[in-house]
Design a protein around this ligand. Structure first.
Ligand code: V55
Ligand code: FE
Length: 488
């Protein structure tokens, strides 16, 4: 059977087309000046189907994890990209065809692979205790080599200590203790209401584990870590076992369900978990969270409806207006008796994928960044090939002044997630660079842009030019050079 992606509309649009390239480029071409103090590696991952999906109902989130690395040092940057060699990748490549079925529905897999991991490692990366992991929230992390991107362990269980079947794609690092914390949903398999929370000390050893139950099995894509608490949303993107029995994907949006905010103390047995209720609402990503006495704050990219047009709607048609996310602060006071959370929309901008200065994860903080849609400058749909909103802006939010500043890219380019890189490990919050990928729709090529994070409106200080086209990716992670050299 020959490989042909063109019949599936999922791949329409320049940066939705498969990439499938593994490459090394030594000393990339740079326009402008690479900052001499930029030392470290920018890793990012894109879902990139190695074979066309077997089922027409499959979704972009089911693509095989394909990692890129931009290694900066001494005013040079080298590039590498590799597929993560998951159990799934290896089985499919050996068979020269897709063997896995639709998104997170193992009953649609070929019987020959049902005992293998289903993980694609396509969502995020994190570096902790000297190890780099690529993650998908339905399976344990995959360990990859931070220098070569070679896959070292396709099913990493922290020396057998990880008992949950799943592992979050959004672990948090505690900048004070050096711990990594993970909140894993559907921890006892598809549709289970079990959530397993783990913390790992700075050597990577498990130092806390607790299991809790959620009101219903909804997507828990991200969570907030504070110095005292863990806070997370259960959203109406609900696991739908009926739909799965019919051969459907894992989730459907059920607008009859409430949104629940769960808050519990770190280090406890989970019995203090409290639930706060809100109306049907969605939020996928956490900018940051912090505790102040008995108060807990959680900042997210919140919308009123489903943010993923490719997952089925159970009760009404998809509404792009209601998908628009804005930075929103949820808060609760654990000393009070309220059973609902407070909600404040912080800024009017519409965007997704907010990122903090990660040195302030879990702490009171002042600065955030987010790719935003400038509606006044739409892009020609013939260039994008999709109907969704185009991210054409990177915006910085300064909470102390409630002010935003922005970089708007030209009208034939779009932007992927951005990542903040501190100028030095001891630089003030938000002082450094904002980097990320830029899709050049006419040239059908990818650039990496580097901006001064304190002067976004001045535009890029350097443009790193790739001689190839990557796909729209999900998340990236910056690792400082000193950590890569093992001195941290
Ligand atoms: C997300 C992404 C996923 C997934 C579930 O952005 C949620 C949210 C790339 O895969 O499987
Ligand atoms: Fe995510």
């Amino acid at each position: 059977m020959s490989v042909n992606f063109s019949s599936n509309p999922m791949f329409n649009g320049t940066f939705s087309e498969p990439c499938r390239v593994e490459a090394d480029v030594f000393d990339l071409e740079v326009e402008g000046e690479l900052p001499a103090d930029l030392d470290g590696a920018f890793y990012r991952v894109q879902p990139d189907f190695i074979y066309p999906p077997r089922y027409a109902n499959d979704v972009p989130f089911n693509g095989d994890g394909h990692v890129s690395m931009f290694r900066f040092a001494n005013s040079h940057v080298d590039f590498k990209c590799r597929y993560v060699k998951t159990q799934r990748y290896k089985a499919q490549v050996a068979a020269r065809q897709a063997l896995y079925g639709t998104y997170r529905n193992r009953d649609t897999d070929d019987p020959s692979v049902r005992k293998l991991s289903g993980g694609t490692a396509n969502t995020n990366l994190i570096f902790h205790a000297g190890k780099l992991f690529a993650m998908k929230e339905d399976s344990p992390p995959v360990r990859i080599d931070p220098h070569t991107l070679e896959t070292l362990d396709d099913y990493y269980t922290f020396n057998g200590r990880l008992k949950s079947e799943t592992f979050t794609a959004h672990p948090k690092l505690d900048p004070i203790s050096g711990e990594m914390v993970a909140l894993n949903y559907e921890a006892r398999g598809n549709g289970s209401r079990d959530v397993a929370i783990y913390s790992f000390d700075k050597t990577g050893a498990v130092n806390w584990e607790t299991w809790v139950k959620v009101p219903y099995a909804g997507m828990i894509h991200d969570f907030a870590l504070t110095q005292k608490h863990i806070a997370f949303l259960v959203i109406p993107m609900a696991v739908n076992m009926e739909q799965m029995k019919q051969g459907g994907v894992h989730f459907a949006w059920d607008s009859t369900l409430p949104t629940w905010l769960g808050v519990l103390e770190r280090g406890g047995d989970g019995s203090d978990l409290r639930w706060f209720k809100g109306p049907e609402q969605s939020a996928t990503h956490v900018l940051n969270g912090f505790s102040d006495g008995s108060k807990v704050y959680l900042d997210m990219d919140m919308s009123t409806g489903n943010q993923f047009p490719f997952f089925p709607m159970l009760h009404e048609p998809y509404d792009f207006q209601r998908a628009a996310g804005r930075l929103t602060r949820l808060s609760v006071d654990l000393a009070g008796k309220a059973e609902t959370y407070d909600k404040e929309i912080l800024y009017p901008e519409i965007g997704v994928l907010p990122r903090a200065d990660e040195r302030y994860w879990s702490l009171p903080y002042k600065v955030g960044f987010m790719p935003v849609t400038n509606l006044a400058r739409p892009m020609d749909p013939a260039l994008t090939g999709n109907t969704g909103l185009v991210l054409n802006t990177w915006t910085r939010f300064d909470h102390d002044r409630r002010k935003s500043t922005a970089f708007l890219v030209d009208n034939v380019s779009s932007l992927q997630e951005c990542q903040f890189v501190p100028r030095r490990s001891d630089a003030p919050e938000g002082a450094g660079y904002l980097i990320g990928l830029c899709n050049r729709h006419v040239e059908r090529r990818t650039d990496l842009l580097i901006l001064d994070a304190e002067h976004l409106d001045a535009g890029p200080i350097a443009t790193v030019k790739l001689p190839l086209r990557l796909r729209n990716g999900v998340h990236g992670h910056w690792v400082a050079g000193e950590a890569l050299r093992g001195k941290k």
